[in-house]
Design a protein around this ligand. Sequence first.
Ligand SMILES: Nc1ncnc2c1ncn2[C@@H]1O[C@H](COP(=O)(O)OP(=O)(O)OP(=O)(O)O)[C@@H](O)[C@H]1O
Length: 533
Amino acid sequence: MADTATAPATGPGTPAPVAEATGISKRFGATVALRDARISVAPGESHALVGRNGAGKSTLVSMLTGLQQPDSGTLRFSGEPAPAYGDIGAWRSRVACVYQRSTIIGDLTVAENLFLNRQSAGTVQPIRWKQLRRRAEELLGEYGVGVDPSARAKDLTVEQRQFVEIARALSFGARFIILDEPTAKLDARGINRLFDKLRHLQRQGVAFLFISHHLQEVYDLCTTVTVYRDAAHILTAPVAELGHQALVEAMTGESASTITVAGGSPGARKDAPELLAVDGLTLPGVCEGISLSVRSGEVVGLAGATASGNVQVGETIAGLHRAKEGRITVGGRTVRTGSVPSALTVGVGLVPEDRHLQGLVNNRSVAENATLTVTYQLGPFGTVLPARTKAFAGRMIRDLDIKAPGASTPVSALSGGNQQKVVVARALATDPQVLVAIRPTNGVDVKSKEFLLSRIRQVADGGKAALIVSDELDDLKICDRVVVMFQGRVVAEFDRGWKDEVVVAVIEGVSGGTVPASASPASASTGTDEHGG
Ligand SMILES: Nc1ncnc2c1ncn2[C@@H]1O[C@H](COP(=O)(O)OP(=O)(O)OP(=O)(O)O)[C@@H](O)[C@H]1O
């Protein structure tokens, strides 16, 4: 297939790329993060950058946004050399990045965030708050962002925060925006709205570099795709000319036919004992009367969009929220809701939704993070033997295919997807009776996803129970049953063999008439067994 990046189209009449990186190399100690890498983004182009976890994508972003300097190589914006390192204003007027984790300040209002450090014309002039709000209103209106400028940023949804960040970037004059896994925390509707906005901006000449592990999104949104593998540029091609299989092969260096999502397990026997039972769980303002059970040997999916309450139900099973009503038992033992120690004692393991807030201790090593929950296994009488910790972690690194120089590497030095694997490793380390995994493959590349899901399947195959809380169809496909929540209630249940569009419709609350979207959990179950899921 053609590598269109090797000979960039330049010449009279061809506008210079909004961003162009050539010969970029970057090392972190012994790790080569980028080796002679390149990318070229044309004005108004929607360009995808894909690659496996640790391929070097975020490292490139940090160079393109002036956060880090390459060891060697050249960066140009619209034909001009990149601004001096540290000249924040100049970088901002050329490029902005919207990260999965927001960079806006939660305690400030939207208007304050938009005009942070530029509230008044001069250092001695007072800030005119009324004027600031009006300017914010104009700015948001100009880019069609329907957000109240006086709202606190922390009260915005993920989607609204991203729109505010995009508006802020455009207001600095940038016509090149990098989106680093922007859809990871959005549900299907949020993704559609984001894509609509991006297409609209693209028509106005804004170019995007779009990073995602969801390859379908690349096909939906982008015209050009660049693949990195093992720190190097592999290819750049028009998306329309690169089939899904060829794209996966370029990312992995292997034939795509070897990659399948786990799902062939026979699943649980119907008479297997119930390991997890949730009965009439009510969290005020979140969910009401949720009942579900997971048997030994079973993987159950708890699906739902952002406002469905499915994540909070998963977190409550792990002791993170106190319930107003209802009972949770694991192997017949009651979990005291709102008590993490109680959930741990009865054998609940959790893969949390946000690995940064709930998962990892950043400056500690992979070994320490992976074994935090199992220190009692690492030495006698409450001691922790470093050699045992390292051996334990070494097994996990191999087991979960974690790309790290060694067990003593701090987790902050790992790529996002590899950090996620450490979080899963930690949950698995306790050998839980019930594993609650919330969006476990978030940020994980296509091949590692298969790996993580098959490890979760193995937990159940070993006689334990797993609950996958997710709206990702790939995650749900390994489940023996999928329970769907909508606006705080269980509305449907599917046995294996469901059709994508049917489950998506129920998640979205547009059941399409196939599934009884009853508000009563007791009468909501339905099964479809005629299709391959
Ligand atoms: N600050 C750092 N110190 C040490 N190593 C680092 C640092 N930042 C990145 N690396 C290493 O550089 C390599 C590339 O990482 P990078 O974050 O760019 O990958 P990525 O393609 O963005 O992966 P992911 O899809 O998981 O986000 C990895 O091996 C990573 O461990």
